[in-house]
Write a protein that binds this ligand. Structure first.
Ligand code: V47
Ligand code: SF4
Length: 387
């Protein structure tokens, strides 16, 4: 520990405040909201990276997780009008959107028959006609077809709408979905919790309080979830820390969050296209500070279809220990917003190479971070591995 401390101090000429924060981190004390904001404002990237990497290595060593998943986006018709969204089509423009039928969705699941995927991630627009019981029955059919597939589905935004329309409480709605086979919740829809800013970029969808309540309720009935933060638009560093602080407080209560995923705002084809995208340095800073601040989150995920392969590789030295899944070109959310990856798909071998090329150790995980396969020095020739 002594040796690490020296390395962190030598990485840049830092003042007493940053030194005090580093001391706290090294001795596993929680940093305050004020210190978190200070890190964003005054911490140089090298310093933040050393500190975040120190925590990452202590928690996970070189292990870098990914999973084999695919996405289903049932519709991009949405009753809401988030200013940053490039993907949705309002009901009045429904001819430009898509609406998959139950058969289409089941067909998509069947396309993965015989392939060793472990998770399906189902999210989409908030369609007024696709309600709670429609989705509950759909999940049941997916599970009947493939019982071992982990169903991670519906953001809190979709869930709030479904429960409201079905006139059930969040607990009743989530229990219905759980009883039909839904295993966990993805982290989307969190955006930014600051009420004023949320009102500016996505005023008509679920509130921050509702988002947090839905995740708390899910955790309490045994459904884990993820959490996200949309950064790089109008927010200040204090807004980012406030958002992460609300998550940290909920995690103290329930322990139900698996992973935190910072999502970089992409400015293609949406109502906020006038905002320039932040730099790669800012992305790395975001990862590093989230690793340092969120001491009760085990995992920090970089979503590679969004930030591209190069930044994903760099992020592994800035606190990130998970780079999501193979996803098989099955999501449109980011390609429509102009991300680097227009057809996001990587084979398992390519994903492992990406991790190994930066000196890390690829581990295939299940949704709940159970180890499925250790791919260190894997002999790809010896076995025909399917994507
Ligand atoms: O909530 C929409 C974001 C989210 C844009 O839990 C945008 O494992 C950037 O949450 N620029 C949905 N972001 C996706 C999501 C997610 C993705 C991967 C893994 C997991 C997980 C969750 O996408 C939305 C919103 O924050 N988003 N438009 C945009 N222009
Ligand atoms: Fe609808 Fe989600 Fe897009 Fe908002 S981000 S408009 S809720 S699809």
């Amino acid at each position: 520990m002594e040796k690490k401390k020296i390395q962190i101090y030598q990485s840049s000429d830092i003042g007493p405040e940053l030194k005090a924060i580093a001391e706290k981190v090294i001795s596993e004390q929680r940093i305050t909201v004020k210190e978190g904001t200070y890190l964003f404002e005054k911490g140089e990237l090298g310093f933040l990276g050393s500190l975040a990497n120190y925590i990452r290595n202590k928690k996970h060593g070189d292990f870098t997780y990914f999973n084999r998943n695919f996405h289903i986006e049932p519709t991009n018709i949405c009753v809401f009008d988030c200013k940053f969204c490039s993907y949705s089509r309002l009901l009045k423009h429904r001819q430009q959107g898509w609406e998959l039928s139950e058969d289409d969705i089941l067909q998509k699941v069947k396309e993965f028959d015989g392939k060793p995927v472990t998770e399906v991630h189902i999210v989409g627009g908030v369609h007024p006609k696709m309600g709670l019981m429609y989705f509950a029955k759909l999940i049941k059919k997916i599970k009947e077809h493939r019982p071992e597939l982990h169903v991670k589905a519906f953001t809190a935004v979709e869930l709030e709408f479904m429960c409201r329309k079905a006139r059930v409480s969040f607990e009743e709605g989530l229990k219905i979905l759980k009883n039909h086979g839904q295993d966990s919740l993805p982290g989307g829809g969190a955006e930014i919790f600051d009420e004023e800013l949320r009102n500016r970029i996505c005023k008509d969808k679920c509130t921050s309080e509702q988002w947090l309540k839905i995740h708390e309720t899910a955790h309490n009935i045994g459904m884990p979830s993820n959490a996200t933060l949309l950064y790089g638009h109008y927010e200040s560093y204090a807004h980012r820390i406030d958002h992460m602080n609300r998550l940290r407080e909920l995690q103290d209560k329930t322990g139900g969050f698996n992973t935190f995923i910072p999502l970089k705002f992409r400015n293609g084809n949406n109502q906020m296209s006038n905002i320039p995208e932040v730099s790669t340095m800012e992305d790395l800073k975001m990862y590093a500070v989230s690793r340092i601040f969120l001491d009760n989150f085990n995992h920090i995920k970089a979503y590679w279809p969004m930030i591209g392969r190069d930044t994903s590789q760099m992020s592994l030295n800035f606190g990130v220990n998970d780079i999501d899944g193979t996803i098989d070109d099955s999501t449109k959310i980011y390609s429509m917003a102009g991300s680097e990856e227009q057809n996001p798909s990587l084979s398992t071998q390519e994903l492992c190479k990406l991790i190994e090329d930066v000196g890390r150790h690829p581990i295939e995980r299940g949704t709940l971070y159970n180890i499925i396969n250790d791919y260190k020095d894997y002999n790809w020739e010896s076995e025909k591995i399917y994507n």
